[in-house]
Design a protein around this ligand. Structure first.
Ligand code: SF4
Ligand code: SF4
Length: 239
């Protein structure tokens, strides 16, 4: 079976790792592994039972410091971004962060060194359960291209559910799905329709749905971490 993968430059891969670390509740085990890896063992990291934090030895200081939550995440991200990494180490960090197989690779066109990362998406099959539409917080994720497309197509029926948030005369953000004429979010997407007879949900604007909806889930890990049942969780991947 052909495996779905993407190529990222070293900088892109490290940025993706930090996005992943910030996206979910602190992944304490993963954060500890990554801090150990990037410090080359010079930083001591110790967990305390199942507590959601870790003791970290600060370089050049005798005492350990307790870190948890966003502080620990930001500490790990600063460590990840703080140096010039070789592709082998970055590949290893990505494999742990994304729970997948990775490979150091040179981009054939640009000669750029980076990492090929398997997404695990070849094992995905949407069950049309509607969970992503009803439970994920994507309300501020609409992008300008979505709005431009709907304007080009004259999709007033969709645009009327988009609230444009301006500051100092400039568009700062789009918020979906806002009840027309109000600033209140709708309880659920107005284009989600239950097909009761088949026990599934349909997207009534499937062909023109926002990029955030088209791209979900980004990877097997993203799907599993956000409750998408379109993967078999028993099939483990990675090293
Ligand atoms: S949660 Fe997953 S399986 Fe369910 S509708 Fe969304 S993408 Fe499909
Ligand atoms: S636009 Fe379609 S895919 Fe996106 S939330 Fe609404 S029903 Fe779901």
């Amino acid at each position: 079976m052909r495996r779905d993968s993407i190529f990222l430059s070293i900088d892109e891969a490290l940025a993706a790792v930090c996005t992943d670390l910030r996206r979910y509740d602190p992944q304490i085990g993963l954060l500890c592994q990554i801090i150990r890896l990037v410090s080359g063992g010079t930083v001591v990291v110790e967990r305390e039972g199942q507590k959601s934090g870790a003791w970290i030895s600060m370089q050049g200081r005798p005492n350990m410091r307790w870190m948890e939550g966003p502080d620990l995440v930001e500490y790990a991200c600063a460590a990840v971004k703080g140096s010039d990494w070789d592709s082998r180490l970055v590949s290893s960090i990505c494999a742990r962060a994304f729970h997948t197989r990775t490979l150091e690779e040179m981009d054939r066109e640009t000669g750029q060194i980076g990492v090929r990362i398997e997404t695990g998406m070849e094992g995905f099959s949407c069950r049309q359960c509607g969970r992503c539409c009803t439970s994920l917080d994507y309300h501020d994720e609409l992008i300008e291209e979505d709005v431009a497309r709907w304007e080009r197509l004259g999709r007033i029926d969709i645009l009327k559910w988009v609230r444009i948030i301006e500051r100092e005369g400039e568009v700062r953000q789009y918020r979906i799905w806002t009840i027309p004429g109000t600033t209140r979010l709708a309880d659920s997407c107005p284009f989600l329709k239950k097909i009761s007879s088949e026990n599934r949900w349909d997207c009534l604007i499937h062909d023109v749905k926002p990029a955030i909806c088209r791209q979900y889930p980004l990877s097997r890990k993203h799907g599993l971490m956000t409750g998408c049942p379109g993967f078999d969780p028993k099939k483990t991947r990675g090293r």
